[in-house]
Design a protein around this ligand. Structure first.
Ligand SMILES: [Zn+2]
Length: 53
C-alpha cells in the first residue's frame, strides 16, 4: 500500500517536520531532531491547478 506516502508529521514540541518515509527508518514515531514522541499528522500541501479564464 502506498496510501501513506507523502504524509508529513510535525513534532508538536519543536515543529520539526518528518516524512513518513523517514519515520520508517527509525521504526518508531518520534521527532528526528528533539526525540519527542508526539507528532501530529499533517497533509502535504496540495497544489491545485486552476485554470484562470
Ligand atoms: Zn521535535
Amino acid at each position: 500500500m502506498s496510501s501513506d506516502t507523502g504524509i508529513i508529521y510535525e513534532c508538536v514540541r519543536c515543529g520539526h517536520r518528518v516524512s513518513s518515509e523517514e519515520l520508517k527508518l527509525y521504526d518508531d514515531v518520534r521527532c528526528s531532531r528533539c526525540g519527542y514522541k508526539v507528532l501530529k499528522k499533517i497533509r502535504p500541501p496540495i497544489v491545485k491547478r486552476v485554470k484562470a479564464e
